[in-house]
Ligand binder design. Structure first.
Ligand SMILES: [Zn+2]
Length: 179
């Protein structure tokens, strides 16, 4: 992926403060994602936190959720937009608690490389399933999404054995529509 070459010097400096080196960046197969500046407020997530996403993603998400509900499937929002600064804070907090950077980067994308920066990526859950767990794959909600999400312009970003070399995320879906 050529995306790493568009990482700007400002971001490089922020990453250096987190002890993330250019070597780490080059080892990351995810593309660099632009942070969206076009966000609207969606419903609160399942933890009661305010969530933001792009206008087109919100419309698609509302249509997707309603279509699922009409077939008895409840889709819950876990998280949507995440800023690059917020991603930096998450990693800084873990470093302060003494976690190793390599361990942190196995579960948190390098700031600038999370699809959540685009405002088009949603983590989705359903009742009686632990959020962000591979068990989501076993739910009727996941089966429904696999069959229907593309009609609402959503796709699974990280299937098994994906080209980005990151773990399988059955809960993470992104809207293809650019605002
Ligand atoms: Zn996600």
């Amino acid at each position: 992926m050529a995306g790493t070459y568009s990482v700007n010097t400002n971001l490089i400096a922020k990453l250096a403060e987190l002890r993330i080196t250019e070597k780490d960046i080059h080892a990351c197969k995810l593309p660099a994602y632009e942070q969206s500046g076009n966000l609207v407020q969606a419903e609160d997530d399942m933890f009661g936190r305010t969530q933001l996403m792009t206008p087109a993603t919100l419309t698609s998400w509302q249509n997707l959720k309603k279509a699922a509900q009409d077939e008895g499937i409840t889709l819950l929002l876990v998280s949507a937009f995440r800023s690059i600064d917020y991603q930096c804070e998450l990693i800084a907090a873990k470093l302060e608690r003494g976690q190793k950077l390599s361990d942190i980067l196995s579960v948190n994308a390098i700031p600038g490389f999370s699809e959540h920066h685009t405002g088009r990526a949603l983590d989705i859950n359903t009742p009686d399933c632990e959020p962000l767990s591979e068990a989501f794959e076993e739910t009727p909600a996941f089966t429904w999404l696999e069959a229907n999400a593309s009609r609402y312009e959503f796709g699974l970003s990280f299937p098994r054995d994906n080209e980005f070399g990151i773990s399988y995320e059955p809960w993470h879906w992104a809207c293809r529509l650019l605002d």
